[in-house]
Structure formats: structure tokens, C-alpha cells
Design a protein around this ligand. Structure first.
Ligand SMILES: [Zn+2]
Length: 304
């Protein structure tokens, strides 16, 4: 996406430990990488395309295979290119609390659409990387626990602008639709945080200190990264970046955008034909996944 202000082997891999809550779920970066490659095999996946719909069907199957119960959230977006049928897809992993009280909710989100461009744009980083990490997080979290928090795995359509440039409201169609429905939902008071993953596959990964993000929540994840020995991959340039987290901030949900908005030399690979698998790495997906899991462990401790 996004835009700046201006212009098997489960048994073989060791679990990393958090000082707060003990063993974290497995994050299998090779499996995450296979999720990225699967998405690229669909070709460009702009909202409204057959490839976009096929991708959703695949996501639905992957979530069901984890014993989750995915829900499609279809809507018609009014865009500068006309009406486009879009759909988010999400699944909740129910948290467990003593006395049957309702668990606080943390939304984990990534966009699966790719930008409509006049060349073959595969969106390995801008689109596929966040989805790949999110799907692997769903696997790790659903196969561990029980967790004291409910996790909503939210796959978003329509993040990209239909215009070449970013001019509101031509962007973040899916997250704005999800937020609109959440606003009227009894779930809203339970939602404590939203974590957006976008452009997290860059071989040289350094997550930005994104300036719209909730600073305390961002620091929780960056601090967790430092404790994992991954401090070199966080606390990058300070910059405001327009992205799906804004839709949740608009509901007063503390939200962060985990993003490296410097993809290739001077961000030259962003929204270009160079956004391919060769410029991403399994390792970067793994770094991101482990940072998210360690940050979530802290939130589980904080909101236990
Ligand atoms: Zn983009």
C-alpha cells in the first residue's frame, strides 16, 4: 500500500521465550513464505478481479483448515473507477477468561488486494507479505493457548487507491467498511487494539516509527523486538503513513501500522514491477511474525 503524508517442521524449531508469559507460539517463516508464493501465483489481485475472488476462496479454506470459522464481509465500494464489489474476510479465535467474562479483542489485519497498475504488479511486499504473516499468526495462535484475548484475523480488501495517487476517500475501502460495521456492533467496547501489517517482506526489514500509530502500543512491539534481539529491525524513520490503521483509530481504538516504507533504494520497489518475491525474504516474514507474537504476549499479560 500505503502512502506518506506528502504526496514442518514444527518439532524442529525452538520456541522463543518472552520474559513475561513464557513460550510463544511457533512462527514458521518457511510456511509463511509459501503463503506469499501462493498469493503471487494468482497474479495481480486488484479489488473486483477474478484473482482477488480466488484469493479469498483460498484464504477461506486456509482458515477453515485451522478450525476457524471465516466470515465474508461483502460490500459495494463507490470508487473513481465506478462501483466495485469487494469483500473482507475474517475469523475470530475466541479468548478464554475466568468466570466466562468476555475477553478483550485484538484485531490483526492485513490487506490482500494489490494496486491496479498498467503493468503486471504482483505486490509481493505490498499486499502478499502482510497476508502471509497474518495467516501464519492465525496458525500459531490457534494451535497454542488458550489465550486470554480474542484475536480477530482480518483480511482486508480495497486498501489501494483506484487513482494513481492517494486522495481520500479513494483508499482503505475494506477497513473503513469493517470499522463502519464495528461501530454498530456490541463488540466495539471490547476491542483494545488493532495491529496492521503492511510491507513487511522487504529483505532489508526495518519497521518505521509510524507517526499516526498509537505511540505506547508501537513501543510495546518495538520493546518486545529488542528483547528478542531484533532491535535492528524496528524504530526506523519517523513518518506519517496513510494506511488501514487509520480506520480503527477513527473508532478510538489504539492502532499501529507495522510497516517498512522504504522498499528498495529510496523506496524504488514500491508500486513498481520490482515488487516481486526476489526482493522479499522468508527471514523478514519471520522477524515480523516473531515481533508480533512477542508483542501480543505482552498485551496478554497487560490485559489478563
Ligand atoms: Zn500499495
Amino acid at each position: 500500500m500505503p502512502h506518506r503524508l506528502i504526496p514442518f517442521l514444527l518439532a524442529l524449531s525452538a520456541c522463543e521465550s518472552s520474559p513475561l508469559t513464557g513460550p510463544l507460539p511457533e512462527f514458521n517463516e518457511q510456511r509463511a513464505w509459501s503463503h506469499l508464493e501462493t498469493q503471487l501465483a494468482f497474479g495481480p489481485r486488484p479489488s473486483g478481479s477474478a484473482a482477488n475472488a480466488a484469493l479469498r476462496t483460498w484464504l477461506d479454506g486456509e482458515l477453515r483448515a485451522l478450525d476457524l470459522d471465516p466470515i465474508a464481509e461483502p460490500f459495494t465500494a463507490t470508487t473513481p473507477a465506478g462501483a466495485i464489489e469487494m469483500a473482507n474476510i475474517y475469523a475470530d479465535l475466541q479468548g478464554q477468561r475466568p468466570n466466562g467474562e468476555s475477553a478483550p479483542v485484538v484485531i490483526l489485519a492485513a490487506h490482500f488486494d494489490t494496486k491496479r497498475l498498467p503493468f503486471e504488479f504482483l505486490g509481493a511486499n505490498d499486499g502478499a507479505s502482510g497476508v502471509a504473516v497474518l495467516l501464519e499468526l492465525a496458525q500459531g495462535l490457534s494451535q497454542s493457548g488458550p489465550h486470554p484475548l480474542t484475536y480477530r484475523f482480518l483480511f482486508l480488501d480495497g486498501e489501494e487507491a483506484l487513482r494513481e495517487y492517494w486522495l481520500d476517500p479513494d483508499n482503505t475501502y475494506g477497513s473503513r467498511e469493517h470499522a463502519r460495521l464495528l461501530r454498530a456492533s456490541p463488540l466495539l467496547p471490547l476491542v483494545r487494539a488493532a495491529i496492521v501489517l503492511d510491507m513487511v517482506g522487504d529483505k532489508k526489514l526495518r519497521l518505521f516509527r509510524e507517526q499516526i500509530s498509537d505511540p505506547r502500543l508501537l513501543e510495546t512491539f518495538f520493546d518486545a523486538a529488542r528483547d528478542l534481539g531484533l532491535g535492528a529491525h524496528v524504530n526506523g524513520p519517523s513518518q506519517e503513513i496513510y494506511d488501514d490503521h487509520q480506520s480503527f483509530m477513527a473508532l478510538n481504538i489504539p492502532s499501529i501500522d507495522l510497516i517498512d516504507f522504504n522498499y528498495g533504494p529510496s523506496n524504488a520497489f514500491w508500486h513498481t514491477a520490482d515488487d516481486t518475491a526476489e526482493n522479499c525474504s522468508p527471514r523478514s516474514l519471520g522477524i515480523t511474525g516473531r515481533i508480533v507474537l512477542a508483542g501480543l504476549a505482552r498485551l496478554e499479560e497487560r490485559w489478563r
